[in-house]
Structures are given as C-alpha cells and as structure tokens.
Design a protein around this ligand. Structure first.
Ligand SMILES: [Zn+2]
Length: 205
C-alpha cells in the first residue's frame, strides 16, 4: 500500500502514528549517587548514597496522538487524606461531648449551644470528606471502565493513522475499509482532529 500524504502529496516523510508513538514514549531508568555531610556528635562525616528513578517521557507528538486518554490516577492519596481528616475530627469530638455530658448531668445549659454547634461542625468534618472521596473514587472508576471498554475500537481506528512530517497533517489509510463510516479516509486532518476522531471511536467522551 503506497501511502502518500493527502496534504502535500509527498510519500518520503509519512510515518505511521503507531511508529511515532512507539518511538516517542520511552521509559528511562536513572541512577544517581549522592554525597552529603552529616553532623554527628563527633563532627561532620561524609554520607554516601544512591538513588534510582524510573520516569516515562512522551514526545509532544506522541502525546497529541495518544490512542486513549490517560487513565485516572488511583485514589490512594485521597482516601488517606480523608481518613486522616475524619480521624482528627473524631478526636476533636472529646471536648464538646464532654461539655454536653457535663451540662446534662449538672443541669447547667449555658454551654450547651456551643457544644452542640461544635459537635455538628465536627460531624460535618467527618462526613463531608468521606462523601467527597466516595464521589471522586466512583467517578474515576467509571471513567477507567469507560476508557478500557472503548480501547479496542479506538486502537482499530488509531492504528490506521499516518502523519506527514513535511506538512504536519495526519490522515487515515484503511485497507480495505474504515472500521466506522464516520471516519474520513485519506483526507488531511490536524493532529487534534485526528485525536478527536480516534477518541470518538472509543466513545471516551
Ligand atoms: Zn504532507
């Protein structure tokens, strides 16, 4: 299959989107050694250590033509923060509850309104973050499910994509036919139009 660019007609600078993506996404392992001085009762001593890191680098073009949106990050930190806030608020319940018990037992109601108000505010502090965490986690997992479900359809369209490095246009070259009738074949598209068509195929919304 000869793949000429529908934008400029050249064939020498046309590359498949898949190849651009494979080349543009790289995982880098790095190790670094560190030297520092540490203060001890007997004076400063040199400290040596090593650190290693793994990072993923994506070229701008590979990112712009990604077949799927990024999966939402996990909610681990959010849940941790929620539990922390709820726990602190739970500890805070001690004083107002103590005042309430004291007020009831002594028949002294002067501090009751403040104690009741404090208890209500603390209850909100416990319930609100938990409710928010549940809502965010549910929406993230729905989004993850939707992305995973649409991935095969998006890949089928995406893998027929080509990019011309001469005129910076993308296009689809399906053989024998596009997977969906809405996908334009051999028409010059901008990178954002290309991605919009791929993501529409995956129904990522
Ligand atoms: Zn071109």
């Amino acid at each position: 299959m000869v793949i000429d660019c529908p934008g400029c007609g050249s064939i020498d600078r046309v590359q498949s989107i898949r190849a651009i993506h494979d080349m543009g996404v790289s995982t880098i392992h790095s190790a670094a050694s560190t030297t520092a001085l540490a203060y001890t009762p007997s004076g400063f001593i040199p400290v040596f250590g090593t650190s290693s890191a793994t990072s993923t680098q994506t070229s701008a073009l590979a990112a712009a033509t990604a077949p799927t949106p990024e999966l939402p990050s996990s909610s681990g930190c959010l849940v941790g923060a929620t539990v922390g806030i709820a726990f602190l608020a739970l500890i805070g319940f001690g004083p107002p509850v103590g005042i309430l018990v004291h007020s009831v037992s002594k028949g002294d109601t002067s501090l009751m309104p403040g104690a009741v108000m404090g208890s209500v505010m603390l209850a909100v502090l416990i319930v609100a973050p938990i409710a928010i965490a549940i809502a965010v986690t549910t929406s993230r997992s729905r989004r993850t499910t939707r992305i995973l479900r649409g991935r095969p359809a998006a890949y089928a369209t995406w893998s027929a994509g080509y990019y011309c490095h001469r005129c910076a246009s993308t296009f689809f070259a399906f053989q024998p036919a596009p997977p969906a009738p809405a996908v334009p074949v051999h028409q010059p598209l901008s990178v954002s139009q290309f991605r919009a068509i791929v993501w529409a195929a995956g129904k990522f919304g």
